[in-house]
Design a protein around this ligand. Structure first.
Ligand code: FES
Length: 144
C-alpha cells in the first residue's frame, strides 16, 4: 500500500477547492434560470362586482387566485361561475349569449352553464363555483 504523500494531499485539497468554486458559480446561475414557482394564495371567496355591473346575457373573466374564472349572467338573469380554462388545451372559454352556453373558440368545444362538456374535444367539465348575491354584490365562493 502506498503512503498518502504531501502531493496527494495537495491534489485532494485543490481538487475540492476547484469543485467548490464550480458549484458556487453554477448553483446561483441555475437558481436564476429556474426560479422557484410563485405560489399565489387561492381565496375561498371573491367579490366580483355589483349586480348592476352584469347586464343580462353577459359575462366577465376575473382572476380567482391564480386561475381565471368566468362569471356569467345568463339570458334569464341567473348567475353562474366556472373555471375559465378549457379542459382540452387550456384556452380561455367565453359565454355565448345567443346559444346561452359556454364555448371555446380554439377548437369549438362547448359546455353547458353548469360546466358540463356537451360537445367538441373537451374531455372533462369545467369546475363550477358557487355564486352568492347579497346586498347588491356578487360574490364567487369556492365549492367544498
Ligand atoms: S382548447 Fe378548448 S376546445 Fe380545444
Amino acid at each position: 500500500m502506498r503512503d498518502f504523500t504531501r502531493k496527494d494531499f495537495l491534489n485532494l485539497f485543490l481538487g475540492g477547492g476547484a469543485l467548490g468554486l464550480v458549484a458556487s458559480t453554477v448553483y446561483p446561475v441555475l437558481r436564476y434560470l429556474l426560479p422557484p414557482e410563485q405560489v399565489e394564495a387561492e381565496p375561498d371567496a371573491l367579490k366580483v362586482g355589483a349586480v348592476k355591473d352584469f347586464a343580462v346575457g353577459t359575462s366577465k373573466i376575473v382572476k380567482f387566485g391564480p386561475k381565471p374564472i368566468i362569471v356569467i349572467r345568463d339570458v334569464k338573469g341567473n348567475f353562474h361561475a366556472l373555471t375559465a380554462t378549457c379542459t382540452h388545451l387550456d384556452c380561455i372559454v367565453q359565454y355565448s349569449k345567443d346559444a346561452d352556453l359556454v364555448w371555446c373558440a380554439c377548437h369549438g368545444g362547448k359546455y353547458d352553464l353548469s360546466g358540463k362538456n356537451i360537445s367538441g374535444p373537451p374531455p372533462r367539465p369545467l369546475t363550477q363555483l358557487d355564486v352568492r348575491v347579497a346586498g347588491g354584490d356578487v360574490t364567487v365562493v369556492k365549492t367544498a
